[in-house]
Design a protein around this ligand. Sequence first.
Ligand code: SAM
Length: 282
Amino acid sequence: SMNYDHAFHAGNFADVLKHACLCLCLVHLRQKDKPFVVFDTHAGQGRFDLAGPQAQKTQEAARGIVRLLTRPGPRPDALIPYVDAVRALGWVNGALRAYPGSPLLAHHLMRPRDRLVVAELHPVHVRALGALLGGRAQTRVEARDGYSVLKALLPPTERRGLVLIDPPFERRDEFTALARALRESLKRWASGTYLVWYPIKDEAAVAAFLASVAEEAPCPGLVARLQVRPATAGSGLAGTGLLVLNPPFALSEALPSLLPWLAETLGEAGQGTWHLSDLGRP
Ligand code: SAM
């Protein structure tokens, strides 16, 4: 289905966690001279207008990135790459006007020799991505299924890099498709870093997904979780998860202090909670 529009959710608490971790991983990859590659399998439109009708309707960015940027007092150092990138890409005349999506954040933090491959199915978003990234030599926009792009392009010649898998979870079997994609991708490229986003709506489905990955993954993994209020039926997304396979040390080191700060900052009425564990050890 092509109904999902990330413009309603851009810059919300789930994006903050996902994109802060993405930026930390990219900064880590930049520490070596050798080129790296980034695959963004579900890229979205790349940039989101925070004055647009979708953002105005939900106010999710206001309770997410904007709350983070306007909280007084010190911020964890681990947020510096993310906050700097968001400001560089979206700050105009004293306010955050636009929120950068994952392909734009990646593009911002990569060097000319690094390679970016983004996949997106929605034709309007594909055009937007072409306009934003089309001028960059080392970037490819693939107008096809993100999982099939991994199948076709792994392992990459660079051998260093990252895969972001951020599906819309509109299909009922998304967790199954994700687990299969990870299994097949790890066979081709066991040393890549995989950043996998999922919503926490159905605890049993999340637990089954993590158990199936843990059983087959030949590599270390981290499971991070952020909840902004207790989950109640019909009230919108309250919790988000991030699975990171082969996490860079900078990320493993940062999450134990980053998660509580995010839970405190983005939790609604003091109800934020977080959890961090190693994959396979809940
Ligand atoms: N990763 C983006 C970011 O962080 O800014 C947000 C992506 S949004 C959660 C998911 C996107 O996946 C939507 O734009 C949707 O059109 C796209 N999509 C849906 N099915 C897809 C598929 N099979 N392959 C690639 N993209 C898909």
